[in-house]
Design a protein around this ligand. Structure first.
Ligand SMILES: Nc1ncnc2c1ncn2[C@@H]1O[C@H](COP(=O)(O)OP(=O)(O)OP(=O)(O)O)[C@@H](O)[C@H]1O
Ligand SMILES: [Mg+2]
Length: 370
């Protein structure tokens, strides 16, 4: 549906010798929601703006529905108003001097595919219905909450029935409760209409929640892509593991397994552990093992004999869980416990028992290569 090849963009006058978008290839299948996920400045917005036709690339090609949208080498460039897209930005940009329905009608009453007023209102009402705002149609836009305004801008993007929906951090101006509701609304509408969507975010939880597929970006390039569940469960790259918040990392060596197998036995400084692998490890090779805090269970006793002996440094309370920072040898590990407070405090001896087959072993060479 959307095909991007060798997309490159450098902003003029930049002293940094780096492309904002650096030779990206993308294939976004029809009807799917794909997120671009990555830290600030990695090129997500630029990529989206290039697809939208709000920026011109220095090199590369973009096709939407098989039609060429831009190819600088051949002097092809289709402007934003002629692309079959709807765009929603972080700042929802609804027009304050209009009501909700007037905002949504506006794109239908301008441009080449202009329709008459009655038809524009009918279609705008349909779009407002879709985002659950029909009853607010005649309210002035400033009298709507942030979440409602963001849904108006979503309705406005949908009203021309675009082939592609482009969303740039559409939830980041909303407070936590509203963010979940608007997120669910976006995903529901997207699935109901089966509209091909590119969703930009720097929030990994948000990306996992809405996506069919996640594309992880860093410094203008794609680090890896995959189904949300796979990116979460077993990232292939260290950058992804860290970005997904897997904060414990330990060097180790492959003892057995790996290769074509999904798991490998890894020797760590503190003991052995069966880990998930992305299938590229070989026996004897160095790896870095990433362990989620919730996969490290703390216990005062160690009946299994698999525990690593440590000392509690400090704990942090999060409401639904506690994070314990435990020193094991030279390493500070983070363990997350969802039960009642385990009742451990600074200086207490404890065993850290790692869960089997949830930690991820990533070839150490991949760190050197990137
Ligand atoms: N108009 C511009 N002029 C010059 N440099 C720009 C411009 N817009 C973006 N950049 C630079 O290009 C790089 C990519 O920016 P981009 O806005 O695409 O990042 P992003 O991933 O969307 O980040 P964020 O999560 O902060 O929105 C950054 O280094 C940024 O400073
Ligand atoms: Mg951005």
């Amino acid at each position: 549906m959307i095909e991007v090849r060798g997309l490159t963009k450098r902003y003029p006058g930049r002293t940094v010798s780096r492309n904002a978008v650096d030779g990206i290839d993308l294939d976004i299948p029809e009807g799917k929601l794909v997120t671009l996920l990555g830290p600030s400045g990695c090129g997500k917005t630029t990529t989206l703006r290039l697809i939208a036709g709000l920026e011109r690339p220095d090199a590369g090609e973009i096709r939407i529905g098989g039609r060429l949208m831009c190819a600088p080498a051949d002097n092809v460039y289709v402007g934003v108003h002629h692309r079959p897209i709807g765009v929603v930005f972080q700042s929802y940009a609804v027009w304050p001097h209009m009501t909700a329905v007037q905002n949504v009608m506006f794109p239908l009453q301008s441009g080449q595919k202009k329709v008459n007023r009655a038809e524009a209102r009918r279609r705008a009402m349909e779009a407002l219905e879709m985002v659950g705002l029909a009853e607010f149609a005649d309210r002035p836009a400033p009298a709507l909450s942030g979440g409602q305004q963001q849904r108006v801008s979503l309705a406005r993007a949908l009203t021309r029935e675009p082939e592609v929906l482009l969303l740039d951090e559409p939830l980041s101006n909303l407070d936590a409760g509203l963010r979940d509701r608007v997120r669910d609304e976006i995903r529901a509408v997207q699935q109901r209409l089966g509209i091909t969507t590119v969703f930009v975010t720097h929030d990994q939880d948000e990306a996992l929640a809405v996506s069919d597929e996640v594309i992880v970006m860093d410094q203008g390039r794609i680090v890896e892509r995959g189904q949300a569940q796979d990116i979460y469960r077993c990232p292939r790259e260290e950058f992804t593991a860290r970005f997904m918040g897997i904060s414990n990392s330990l060097p180790g060596t492959v003892e057995a397994g790996g290769g074509a197998e999904e798991t490998a036995e890894i020797t760590l400084a503190h003991g052995r552990l069966r880990c998930l692998t992305s299938g590229e490890t070989t026996v004897g090779s160095p790896v870095n093992v990433f362990i989620r805090p919730e996969s490290l269970v703390l216990s005062r006793k160690d009946p299994s004999g698999r525990g690593w002996k440590g000392t509690v440094e400090f704990s942090i309370y999060h409401g639904d869980c506690w994070d314990y920072h435990v020193r094991v040898g030279d390493t500070l590990l983070r363990s997350r416990m969802y039960r009642e407070k385990v009742g451990l405090s600074h200086g207490d001896p404890v065993f850290v028992v790692p869960e089997e087959e949830t930690a991820i072993a990533i070839p150490a060479a991949s760190a050197a290569a990137s």
